[in-house]
Design a protein around this ligand. Structure first.
Ligand code: AMP
Length: 144
């Protein structure tokens, strides 16, 4: 059975690094670098999820608009139509969404508010652990 987002959050915590939509891309690059993360969330009124900005958006901005884009606001390049998962979303469901929609971050929404974030790294870590546990169970079964 697949583990839930809630189980992952209980282990890794619910803190999410956010950024103002008015911050510049240079500020965003610094935040991603300093926190060793690949994406940051933009909050709307009442801690709702208004957007997501990832290293992929940074690369696109520079490729499209040149180095001057580093002075432009995050709001000009963030994705506003965010897929957010819930605490009861399973890791299997997340893997499916991340693979088909080709993104590596899923903010978690609870009561309409941002309540955590799951990255593809969290999903892979969990998947490997599940495979290892299954292998151990099979070995124990064979050994009797
Ligand atoms: P990523 O692979 O997460 O770096 O993101 C690739 C692209 O998808 C970027 O344009 C992101 O802004 C966007 N993106 C990332 N996560 C999400 C998400 N949960 N919902 C919608 N778009 C996303």
């Amino acid at each position: 059975m697949s583990v839930s987002v809630k189980a992952i959050l209980n282990e890794k915590g619910r803190n999410v690094i956010t950024i103002a939509s008015t911050a510049s891309l240079l500020d965003a690059a610094k935040i991603l670098h300093e926190n060793k993360i690949g994406g940051t969330v933009i909050l709307g009124p009442g801690d709702t999820i208004a957007g997501i900005f990832t290293e992929r958006d940074l690369a696109r901005a520079i490729a499209k608009d040149g180095p001057e884009s580093l002075g432009n606001p995050v709001s000009a390049y963030m994705t506003s139509n965010v897929y957010a998962c819930r605490e009861d979303t399973t890791v299997d469901q997340l893997m499916e969404v991340m693979t088909t929609r080709r993104f590596r971050h899923a903010p978690v929404e609870h009561d309409g508010k941002l309540a955590g974030i799951i990255s593809i790294g969290d999903v892979v870590k969990n998947h490997i652990r599940a495979i290892e546990m299954e292998a151990q169970e099979i070995k124990a079964y064979i050994a009797g």
